[in-house]
Design a protein around this ligand. Sequence first.
Ligand SMILES: [Cu+2]
Length: 392
Amino acid sequence: MRFLTSVTSVLALASGLALGAPSPSKKPKPNTKHPKTIDDFQALAIQSLREAEARKPKGEPGKNGCTLKNARVRRDWEALSKPERKEYIRAVNCLWDLPAADTTFSAAQNYFDEFVAIHINLTDFIHGTGNFLTWHRYLMHLWEETLRNDCGYKGALPYWNWFKYQDNLKASPLFDGSDTSMGGDGEYFAHNGSIAGAGQVWLPSGEGGGCVKSGPFVNRTINMGPIRPAMQGYEPVMTNQLDYNPRCQRRDLTNAASAYFTNKNLWEVLLGPHSISIGHFQDELQGPYGTLRMHGAGHYAMGGDGSDVFSSLNDPAFYQHHAMVDRLYWIWQALHPQIADTINGTRTFRNQPPSPDATVDDPLDVGVLGEHLPIKSMLDTLGNDPLCYIYA
Ligand SMILES: [Cu+2]
């Protein structure tokens, strides 16, 4: 019954409250009464968080003094100025030039690879699990912090706004191949599409599939994976998941995958039938067995190395994609405050092999990247150390 209360209260909120100060941008005014677009839901989330903050005893900020006013603001890649995008790119290149954090994974040649290695090593325990959303939230935080602390980046982690350029990813500022993008499409590589949804969904090939041919990372080498390549024609690393396998980064921008980024699918998880519990939300976001949904769609839209569940971090746009996954989680939490701190699921990939339920005290294993904080420290982006951020 809790979820009914939650949905009802959100609807009441949506219909009963006017927006605050008008946005200085020229975008159409968000419709928080009948939210449909990502901008509508974004405005509704901020409204809901303002309400929550106002309900707190006066002057009581989050545990780390975090408030809506002083929180770090993660923005759309497209909303960043070109110099800001270049700063982010400079920091990513800096990370690529730093030595690996330790020697646990011998194939990791640099700090960028360290993130890839840790994700490969834990794949079966951080997807289709109770910690999927919080583990990846923590990873995004660590990536952002590393860029800032080790590479002098001053900004916040930017996100890929899925709900623009779905029909033409090559035109997106994220993938247009310019020096302010994450690189463009790969070279043409003849292949027969990609397989998604546990073998049940076939996606036609895009026009790439080979090495990324333009952009700021064009000469970079990736060193691990693929483990479970989704794209036809890629050979997996067969002997050991963490084997050294140096090569170019490949991509196949696939509009057939980004076509899953629809307002209907968005509504389903944020306010519709799949928003009623964290279990419903995360299952629909990741896709029930044998289907493709928005989390997977982003991976398949990048195609190539970005579509391997183990080693997709080899595509630097992984981070903008997962920032968007986290943004949807953040919006869902803001719209469903009564159940925002709940988790659901076990400790193994779709409970295979069977394992106990995850609890909020479970530590999040991030290898040497950071402290193994409990899940509960990742449930509120405004309330608990170390998080203090919002999306705009
Ligand atoms: Cu992952």
